[in-house]
Design a protein around this ligand. Structure first.
Ligand code: ZN
Length: 611
């Protein structure tokens, strides 16, 4: 057993104090390390950089019951790994107990790391809890201590981690500080923890309790409405994977991957993010995206709220797709280095397809609103020429250095395995339905994967699927034609045959007339800088690129007029394709002049309309 203790020691300095106690440590010197990345977010983040100071002690029982700490040498082996000096048992065979105590700076308000101030604390154990090498399979106890001071007396704890069974003298009540436990290190780091004075509401989906936790100010929050809508989403998804569950006698948690689920939500002025876990999700959203009393209901949801429900739906779907049905290389993560898979188009893309589709199926959005969302995704994929250069399988593999580390050239070089992956799921779903007269759908594939791979454990862990497993199942349910259809979309860079598909399903897929917006005329993504216009991205073969303009350039004047960011559309309004304009701009601190020929955007947008 490994025991961790976490205390929000100095909230005002954003410091957690953590200790890990290890009985019977490695006599040659115990090795400990902190993960370099967090599963679900494919980028090396080196969480150990936030450890401010660390010490190791040997705990020696002293007379009178108190323990004494004898300092030990601790050598740092690499950026995230330490080793103690050898720990030989003493002559009197006193058991060896090792304790490491360290401070972690927590000031990252994202879903990936840790954050602490006087208003709340949030952490992923992958940012706070050292991995004890060779002991990863042992039970982990996590003691959460309430910070000192009367201002923290109302703080509670929210996590999907279970309360510890044998707590000795420490009594822990639900949502309380005290002792929690995880079966092993892998499970420990899959349970984020929130502490503070949060809003809490609970609902049941097919008899399974779901908590909604909201941190941050949300005036006029309609939490009842939020629970109602989330419940509809959760029940849709549970029934998608386990249609039996909707029968009254089958209302039991044995059908789903968790006994209880927690939506940990942090509401801020402006923010967006989500990270999936086995029985919870950490969400970051704008406070304006949460539902307020009196606002319009389904199926005419406000865009921001619709986006929030889409995000919650996405992370919840991951409880099946990636947490249980997972790439074989993720069956046991190597948390020190990048873990490569070519399958994120499936785990992120197919999840992205279902996130909004579930809102439609649950009656939360209208068909027209759903088509608008598809339209947006199709246009975002179509805008970047990266789609013609990188396949989604390549994009998945290179997620660590490309998708997660995008620069200004991203649209011209890479394709998102989220957006294109979701369109591949859509195309495959329509293909299966079309070829089977509606008898086979993508749901059949998801259910087969869940039945064969998600439900089965191998040595206590989900067994994992390979690329070949997925293609074999597609062939089994949809035939060789379906398999080849998917293969071409995943490994190729040809345009997806969506127009034909939509036509069959009575949806008109039409090319839009080019817009007259400045961004389209210039072939660039624009942003504001000090009232002027900055080119944040320059698209391949667009007017800006052809004229020699570059990302980062700040437009100063167009044909002798100030390039006022708020009036750029107006300034360019009278110019038609083929006309030349004189552009003055700053590149870094140099004033440069270019002649730019106005042209139509290098991409074509489309619209979708139900017939
Ligand atoms: Zn995702």
């Amino acid at each position: 057993m490994i025991k961790y203790s976490v205390v929000a020691k100095q909230p005002e300095a954003h410091l957690f104090e953590v200790s890990v106690t290890i009985d019977d440590p490695d006599p040659e010197g115990q090795v400990v390390s902190l993960p370099a990345w967090i599963p679900g977010s494919y980028m090396i983040r080196d969480f150990a950089k936030n450890i401010v100071r660390i010490k190791a002690e040997r705990i020696v029982p002293a007379r009178g019951g108190a323990n004494r700490g004898m300092p030990l040498l601790l050598e740092k082996l690499d950026k995230h790994t330490w080793q103690t000096e050898p720990l030989k048992p003493g002559p009197s065979k006193i058991p060896v107990i090792l304790r490491l105590t360290y401070e972690v700076y927590a000031w990252d308000l994202s879903v990936r790391s840790a954050h602490l101030d006087t208003t709340h604390g949030f952490f992923n154990p992958s940012s706070l809890c050292l991995r004890v090498e060779g002991r990863e399979d042992e039970l982990c106890l996590l003691e959460l201590q309430r910070p000192e001071g009367s201002q923290y007396r109302h703080w509670r704890v929210a996590t999907a981690m279970r309360l510890a069974k044998n707590t000795g003298t420490i009594k822990t009540s639900p949502y309380g500080f005290g002792l929690y436990e995880a079966a092993n290190y892998d499970e420990l780091i899959d349970h984020p923890v929130e502490m503070g004075d949060f809003v809490l509401a609970t609902f049941e989906a097919y008899g399974i309790p779901h908590d909604v936790v909201i941190t941050g100010r949300v005036p006029n929050l309609d939490i009842k409405r939020l629970c109602h809508d989330l419940k509809a989403i959760c029940e849709q998804q549970i029934a998608l994977f386990e249609p039996e569950v909707s029968k009254p006698y089958a209302r039991t948690s044995k059908y789903v991957p968790f006994d209880r689920y927690v939506f940990l939500t942090t509401a801020v002025g402006n923010g967006y993010g989500g990270l999936e876990h086995r029985a919870s999700t950490a969400l970051l959203c704008s406070r304006h995206d949460l539902p307020k009393f009196g606002e319009t209901g389904s199926p005419n949801l406000r865009e921001g709220y619709q986006g929030f429900l889409g995000l919650a739906s996405h992370e919840y779907f991951h409880s099946w797709n990636v947490k249980r049905i997972k790439p074989q290389v993720f069956a046991e993560y190597d948390l020190n280095v990048e873990n490569y898979t070519r399958l994120l188009w499936f785990f992120e893309g197919f999840t992205s397809y279902y996130d909004d589709l579930v809102l439609l199926r649950a009656g939360l959005i209208s068909k027209q609103a759903y088509l608008k969302l598809l339209e947006k995704t199709i246009n975002s994929v179509g805008r970047g020429s990266g789609r013609l250069k990188q396949s989604v399988a390549e994009s998945s593999f290179d997620a660590w250095t490309k998708y997660y580390r995008q620069d200004e050239n991203a649209p011209n070089a890479i394709i998102s395995y989220y957006t294109k992956g979701s369109l591949i799921a859509l195309a495959l779903d329509l293909f299966l339905q079309k070829n089977s007269q509606g008898l086979v759908t993508l749901d059949d594939l998801m259910r087969s994967l869940w039945g064969q791979f998600g439900k089965n454990f191998y040595h206590g862990r989900p067994m994992g699927v390979t690329e070949a497993d997925i293609f074999a199942l597609v062939e089994k349910i949809g035939g060789m034609e379906a398999k080849n259809f998917l293969h071409a979309m995943v490994f190729g860079t040809d345009e997806l045959p969506l127009a034909v598909m939509f036509d069959f399903f009575n949806v008109d897929y039409e090319v839009k007339l080019p817009t007259r917006k400045a961004a389209d005329k210039l072939g660039a993504k624009l942003s504001k800088e000090s009232g002027l216009t900055k080119l944040s991205q320059v698209y391949d073969r667009g007017a800006a690129q052809l004229a020699g303009l570059a990302a980062g350039d700040v437009l100063v004047a167009i044909d002798g007029l100030k390039a006022d960011a708020t009036r750029l559309d107006e300034i360019l309004e009278s110019y038609s394709d083929g006309q030349s304009v004189e552009i003055w701009l700053f590149r870094r601190d140099e004033l440069l002049k270019f002649n730019l020929t106005i042209s139509a955007a290098p991409w074509q947008e489309i619209t979708l309309k139900a017939r």
